[in-house]
Design a protein around this ligand. Structure first.
Ligand code: 9D3
Length: 256
């Protein structure tokens, strides 16, 4: 997958993408990130990339021409057609279903804004999709682009090691939260490891983990449960979890 990044700080995003799973995906040639700085396409001694908003008000607005020229250069660098994604607080909220769809594209162009935003005419003419990463205020689109790159890079075939891939099978697909995890020591002042995990009974362990995943999702993210397609067995496990919750002396490990 080729990713072209239009940003006043392309190196910032590329450096974030140079570590961990994304870094490895880059080394393996699974993703290839190219930065394009609108300032390099700006005219005049001052190389302006922004100007004051018509109608007044605080902040600056990114100029059409430097962005258009940077986009054009990015497009021309590869013949594959690429959707242009604008990272913006006005966009649709990114979720794992959208990440999955974008991860299968051969190419993406990511447009990052700074200041108050981008001249609306450039957006109308050039942008195919507008995405937000959540309801909080960032200073620009760069961190959002880094989030999107991380999320699509780890879905590329061969990006994860075997253990990570196995985990991905059970999580992220069914839309539930993860179950709790424990490692040594078995006994600690902070508590003991649930006995079932030490039993060696893999069917019982799988059942317990599924029940915990269902229960935590119900407690913490009921919105996700409405989307998830629960089997009859899942409903029974959830009922069992909730009954245990209601019984004093059965601490499931949930904070109050
Ligand atoms: C305080 C400035 N706001 C005036 C009401 C508007 C505003 C402009 C530019 C708010 C944030 C930004 C910069 N943010 C992004 O470019 C951005 C973003 C975000 O802020 N939150 C979540 N997702 C994203 S994607 C891009």
């Amino acid at each position: 997958m080729r990713i072209d990044l239009i940003s006043l700080f392309p190196d910032f995003v590329a450096s974030l993408a140079g570590h961990g799973v994304v870094g490895r995906a880059g080394e393996r040639g699974l993703i290839d990130i190219h930065g394009w700085n609108p300032r390099d396409y700006a005219e005049g001694n001052y190389r302006r990339v922004d100007d004051r908003p018509f109608g007044g008000g605080p902040g600056m607005v990114m100029l059409i021409e430097p962005l258009r020229a940077a986009l054009q250069a990015a497009r021309a660098a590869d013949p594959a057609p690429a959707p242009v994604i604008y990272l913006s607080p006005q966009g649709r909220r990114l979720d794992q279903a959208r990440v999955r769809a974008l991860a299968s594209a051969p190419r993406l162009i990511l447009l990052c804004g700074r200041y108050e935003g981008v001249d609306e005419r450039l957006l109308q003419a050039e942008v195919d999709e507008e995405l937000s990463i959540g309801d909080y205020v960032l200073s620009g689109g760069e961190l959002a682009a880094a989030v999107l790159i991380d999320a699509v890079a780890r879905l590329q075939d061969g990006a994860l090691n075997d253990a990570q891939s196995a985990e991905q099978d059970s999580f992220g697909v069914d839309g539930l939260l993860d179950c709790p995890h424990y490692t040594r020591p078995v006994e600690h002042a902070l508590g003991a490891v649930p006995e079932v995990l030490l039993s060696g009974n893999h069917a019982q362990i799988a059942r317990w983990r599924r029940m915990q995943a269902l229960g935590r999702t119900w407690l913490r993210r009921p919105d996700l449960l409405e989307e998830a397609a629960l089997s009859k067995q899942d409903r029974a496990l959830l009922a069992e979890f909730l009954a245990m919750q209601a019984t004093p002396g059965t601490n499931s490990g949930e904070p109050a």
